[in-house]
Ligand binder design. Structure first.
Ligand code: PMV
Length: 348
């Protein structure tokens, strides 16, 4: 049997300027531009391998060792677009094997719990689309390919790049200008680090697609957010990243998380993604910054109660001294830090 292979990894990205609201549900076109920071590849990532060959009889997906359906419209849209681009390539060069007509086997694996309330669909769709684009040897740029990943899951388009990434909302109705672009590579600001506090590992109760549609329909606060607040922050945040202006980046990140959750509360009926522990973490972060009289930490929360904390490497001890005191009875700490490091945190 002749088979052709390709493999890739895609990282989880966490939005620091949130995407919330679609202007076109089928194409996943957003009502505002957004920005994310991609977590390091060896932290949270999806590894996807794909193969194709003339003898394969069905498209097949194996996710974390279990066969899953590929029937969803979003997945089918991605496969259709990728096959179309491959077909164009084959039409221009008759010697190329007819990958566009053959079935695919896709094997995907997350190195983190899929249902832990972390953004697994973004990394998943990004890895799927990039692996197939690699297999098909598509000449398009990552930004072009990001438009296909966007159709799978909006935020997936940002996981095609490492580091600091913007998703430009675009204006066109066909989505041809709604794509991810790099703001800066990870190496530009290597001192910035992220810690994830998993508050709850259960699945979110309002899926993002239905949640955002309800917000678009019912929230007055949302209208102001997309008209003025986010467009302004989009430019400010890109500038703060380029200039490595940590206090500004941190403030915008926290404010935008709060603004997003405020529009969720302003949705009717309201949507609550954060719980009491999430609120305790927000309070703690502000206490830490006030205690040191500097911005040590910035928090952000997606459509769930788990916190992502950003901080500069030089401030790690200042942050974890507090976090450790507050949450030291919670499991996970012992394995993440060495006893020397823990001793340092306690000393502070
Ligand atoms: O791409 P989706 O449909 O999973 O929506 C993501 C929404 C947020 O995570 C809350 C914000 C974002 O920009 O990632």
């Amino acid at each position: 049997m002749t088979l052709y292979f390709a493999s890739t990894t895609a990282p989880v990205n966490i939005a620091t300027l949130k995407y919330w609201g679609k202007r076109d549900k089928d194409l996943n076109l957003p009502t505002n531009s957004s920005i994310s920071v991609t977590l390091a590849q060896d932290d949270l990532r999806t590894l996807t391998s794909v193969c194709t060959g003339p003898e394969l009889t069905d498209d097949k997906l194996v996710l974390n060792g279990k066969e899953e359906s590929l029937a969803s419209e979003r997945t089918q849209n991605c496969l259709k677009d990728l096959r179309q681009l491959r077909k164009e390539l084959e039409n221009s060069d008759a010697k190329l094997p007819k990958f566009s007509e053959w079935k695919l086997t896709i094997v995907s694996e997350n190195n983190f719990p899929t249902a832990a309330g972390l953004a697994s669909s973004a990394a998943g769709f990004a890895a799927l689309v990039v692996a197939i684009a690699k297999l098909y040897q598509l000449p398009q740029s990552l930004s072009e390919i990001s438009k296909i990943a966007r159709k799978g899951s909006g935020s997936a388009c940002r996981s095609l790049f490492g580091g600091y990434v913007a998703w430009e909302m675009g204006n066109e109705t066909d989505g041809s200008d709604s794509k991810a672009v790099e703001v800066a590579p990870m190496a530009h600001w290597p001192d910035m680090k992220a810690a994830i506090l998993v508050v709850s590992a259960s699945k979110k109760d309002t899926p993002s697609t239905s949640g955002m549609q309800l917000t678009v329909k019912t929230s007055d606060l949302f209208k102001e957010r997309v008209r003025d607040v986010v467009p302004r922050r989009f430019e400010e945040m890109k500038k703060s990243i380029r200039e490595k202006n940590w206090p500004l980046f941190a403030e915008l990140t926290m404010k935008d998380s709060n603004s997003f959750h405020a529009t969720c509360l302003d949705t009717f009926p309201p949507i609550f993604y954060m719980n009491d522990t999430s609120k305790k973490i927000i309070k703690l972060c502000h206490q830490i910054n006030a205690f040191y009289n500097e911005t040590v930490v910035a928090y952000t929360f997606d459509a769930g109660p788990n916190a992502v904390l950003y901080y500069l490497k030089e401030n790690e001890h200042k942050l974890f001294a507090f976090i450790y005191r507050t949450f030291n009875k919670v499991s996970g700490w012992e394995t993440k830090f060495s006893s020397d490091e823990l001793a340092q945190f306690i000393k502070h």
